[in-house]
Design a binder for this molecule. Structure first.
Ligand SMILES: [Zn+2]
Length: 64
């Protein structure tokens, strides 16, 4: 017996129609909130690495 084509909510994993991405607005909001947070975390990480590289470059420039 074939299973009806379906997807799972990106957030909570509930079965949803293939044309949907989330089972309700709450899951959509939670998902987008998580994406925003992850983006900010990545930006902070990038800044920290950039600052570290800058400090290292400045350190070697002072010594050189
Ligand atoms: Zn959901």
């Amino acid at each position: 017996m074939a299973v009806d084509p379906h997807k799972h909510c990106k957030w909570c994993g509930a079965s949803i129609p293939v044309e949907e991405e989330f089972c309700n607005q709450k899951c959509r909001d939670a998902w987008q909130d998580m994406l925003r947070r992850r983006k900010r975390a990545m930006m902070i990480q990038f800044l920290m690495v950039a600052i570290l590289v800058l400090i290292l470059l400045m350190g070697s420039a002072l010594r050189g």
